[in-house]
Design a protein around this ligand. Structure first.
Ligand SMILES: NC(=O)c1ccc[n+]([C@@H]2O[C@H](COP(=O)([O-])OP(=O)(O)OC[C@H]3O[C@@H](n4cnc5c(N)ncnc54)[C@H](OP(=O)(O)O)[C@@H]3O)[C@@H](O)[C@H]2O)c1
Length: 269
């Protein structure tokens, strides 16, 4: 039976999106075909999502007319796999691949193929993803809506011109890793002050979650929220002074600049 969605590459990002789609109810496992070369990963997917169909490689006739494929392989595999999608007649593709333009994918897909390029992040796994999407040359409003429907079931989606996707990659694609580094550093700081590591991790995790919710739910800017917890000559002011002195702000600005440059570089390889 033809599926509604073909997931090509169910590694970290593809697997996270699949988990989010299933847990949000957007897709039933029976509606999805996952194409994965690794036997171990295929077995894992069958255990995680009973009812899903798994295949080692693409084959013709997998997709129903209204469906599409999600391309979630590594950048170096994206163009050869786009060629395989063309060979099996799949002409609507949501690409999660960093750095590979819609034009490069279109050149490998069938003429007129509809490509939506996106940059999601792994928080999709818990329904709190942040993704940006851009349409390729032949994609219509309904194709963008299709892609938005998939990604919005696992988080926030914004539409951007394709040239901005390198910046998006550097901010929200890589962003969870920056915040995990912040979390690691805060836990070390807590341990240095005598708190047990597991308790420190619990406090830091909840603090990050709480700060994120304050940002998304109060409508206040980061500056306003920071000022609200910074009493004159208080403890937070003392801590923030050290972060500014050590260049935390410019370290983030430069990290994002370097990550965006790396994304542009990957796109030209
Ligand atoms: N991880 C992130 O946070 C993140 C965020 C945004 C975007 N992305 C993008 O998502 C894509 C996947 O990244 P990832 O981190 O999920 O990598 P990954 O864990 O290595 O996943 C890629 C998967 O594709 C499989 N694969 C390889 N060749 C294939 C083929 N011909 N047909 C079907 N599947 C094939 C791989 O199997 P084998 O391991 O057996 O080769 C692997 O399971 C990348 O293009 C990346 O730029 C990732």
């Amino acid at each position: 039976m033809a599926a509604n969605l073909v997931l090509v590459g169910a590694g970290k990002m593809g697997g996270a999106l699949l988990a989010g789609l299933v847990s949000s109810g957007r897709c039933r496992p029976e509606e999805v075909v996952a194409v994965e070369p690794s036997v171990a990963r295929r077995d894992e997917l069958l255990a995680l999502h009973p009812g899903i169909r798994v295949l080692a490689s693409l084959e013709a006739g997998l997709l129903e007319a209204e469906g599409g494929a999600i391309l979630a392989v590594k950048p170096e595999q994206a163009e050869p796999v786009a060629g395989l999608l063309a060979a099996v007649g799949i002409d609507r593709v949501l690409s999660l691949v960093a750095g590979i333009s819609t034009a490069r994918l279109e050149a490998k897909l069938a003429p007129g193929a509809r490509v939506i390029r996106s940059m999601p992040n792994t928080a999709s796994m818990v329904g709190a993803g942040a993704a940006a999407i851009s349409a390729g040359a032949a994609a219509h409003a309904e194709d963008l809506a299709w892609a938005e429907g998939i990604l919005s079931s696992v988080g926030t989606v914004v539409r951007v011109p394709e040239r901005q996707l390198d910046a998006v990659t550097a901010v929200s694609g890589s962003g969870p890793a920056y915040l995990f580094l912040v979390a690691e550093a805060m836990v070390e700081g807590a341990v240095c002050q005598g708190l047990p590591r597991d308790l420190a991790l619990e406090l830091v995790s909840q603090t990050l979650l709480g700060a994120g919710r304050l940002l998304t739910e109060t409508g206040q800017s980061p500056e306003q929220l920071r000022a609200a917890v910074t009493s004159p000559a208080g403890t937070t002011a003392a801590g923030l002074r050290i972060l500014e002195l050590k260049g935390a702000r410019s370290a983030f600005i430069e990290a994002i600049q370097t990550a965006a440059e790396r994304s542009r570089q990957l796109g030209h390889q």
